[in-house]
Design a protein around this ligand. Structure first.
Ligand SMILES: NC(=O)c1ccc[n+]([C@@H]2O[C@H](COP(=O)([O-])OP(=O)(O)OC[C@H]3O[C@@H](n4cnc5c(N)ncnc54)[C@H](O)[C@@H]3O)[C@@H](O)[C@H]2O)c1
Length: 358
């Protein structure tokens, strides 16, 4: 049995109590659903600054009879007392709540720091004092900054290029310091470009996927900035869920160094991503099959390549992600289409085959 299946079997036998912060967001809501599916007891916490109540409804609907194992508290992680109350009786914290937008952090570094650093520290203190066994938290590939390495390894990072990146790097420092000072266990996961159900089309990451899907369904040509050879490591949210559960239950050896890349470890160019999205959509909407992208100049500040080395997560956590982007997109395309169609002002139906929108 692979490590993930082993862990899941163990959890089903002995259910635990989990706190998921950012539970109304994209990744947090997927974590809650996966835990409920494993018969776990979950408390979700969110202040809805970027999360949505409809994600909580989707959690409950999807959980069926297990929805009774889900509780939710509307609270702000900047409120230490609220964090303390939420941590009471909790075995594991999966801390996802943060302001994830780089431009937001550039415009308002104090607010970014308040949530991503002060709020993070509140969670560490509250979890430590409540006797939580371990906190797994969302870090980001942003901590690599301008590191020139083709494939990012955890021990080598570059200069931090935004207040957001700085906030995540500081979180990692605090995680480490709490282990060395108080013996409090935490593991930071550096997510790369995550996609999947409940991804906010206006969200900070991989928004290119919902945006291109919407444009293709509208019969418009998608814009690729640059030559299309810019690449990213696109990662299905199920892999992020897997990394969180494995990290919570990993042996203590994983606590040093305590941070891991979470990605697929495969390079996908924007041209490749466009082709994969188009062929996924063409299965139900054949008209999109002939739409070609438009190319515009490179955007200032765009990183050329972002690829993760995931060997540490594989070795220390037993992480084993899905690696077929086309299959992963095919598995979630229905959700993206339904989400697009549910939006209020859908501009117009697909254009006839071969025509390009503006
Ligand atoms: N999605 C990605 O590709 C990606 C990549 C790297 C890192 N991350 C990190 O993963 C985590 C989850 O990201 P996501 O994509 O699900 O974003 P998201 O915006 O969908 O989720 C974040 C959630 O945190 C909540 N939140 C924010 N501030 C809060 C506060 N002060 N108190 C309580 N709740 C608060 C928001 O309302 C939201 O529901 C974040 O920490 C983000 O920085 C995400």
């Amino acid at each position: 049995m692979n490590p993930y299946n082993e862990r899941r079997t163990a959890l089903r036998k002995t259910p635990r109590r989990w706190l998921v912060t950012g539970a109304a967001g994209f990744i947090g809501s997927n974590l809650v659903s996966a835990l409920l599916e494993l018969d776990q007891h979950v408390l979700g916490l969110d202040n809805f600054v970027t999360g949505h109540r409809h994600n909580l409804d989707a959690i409950r609907l999807g959980a069926g009879g297990r929805a009774a194992n889900f509780e939710f508290v509307e609270a702000d992680i900047c409120d230490l007392d609220a964090c303390r109350r939420a941590c009471e009786g909790i075995d594991f914290v999966l801390h996802q709540a943060a302001l994830g937008s780089v431009p937001w952090s550039v415009a308002d570094p104090l607010e970014s720091n308040r949530t991503n650093v002060d709020g993070f520290l509140n969670m560490l203190v509250a979890a430590r004092d409540a006797g939580v066994k371990r906190m797994v938290y969302a870090s980001s590939s942003a901590v690599y900054g301008d590191d020139p390495a083709e494939s990012k390894v955890e021990a080598q990072t570059g200069r931090l290029l935004s207040p957001y990146a700085a906030s995540k790097a500081i979180d990692e420092c605090y995680g480490q310091a709490f282990y060395c000072t108080y013996g409090f266990e935490s593991i930071g996961l550096r997510y790369f470009n995550v996609f999947g159900p409940r991804q906010d089309p206006n969200g900070a990451y991989a928004a290119v996927i919902p945006r291109w899907i919407a444009e293709l369904l509208e019969g418009k040509a998608c814009t690729i900035y640059g030559d299309g050879l810019t690449s990213r490591d696109f990662c299905l949210v199920d892999n992020v869920v897997q990394a969180n559960i494995l990290s919570a239950l990993a042996p203590k050896a994983a606590l040093t160094p305590g941070v891991f890349n979470v990605a697929v470890g495969e390079r996908t160019t924007l041209n490749g991503l466009y082709g994969a999205i188009r062929s996924s959509l063409a299965k139900t909407t054949p008209e999109v099959g002939t739409l070609e992208p438009l190319y515009e100049g490179f955007r200032l500040g765009d990183i050329r390549h972002s690829l993760a080395d995931i060997s540490a997560a594989k070795a220390s956590l037993g992480y084993s992600p899905t690696t077929d982007l086309q299959a992963d997109l095919d598995s979630v395309i229905g959700w993206y289409i339904a989400d697009y169609e549910s939006r209020p002002h859908r501009p117009h139906p697909p254009l006839p085959s071969g025509r390009r929108g503006e």
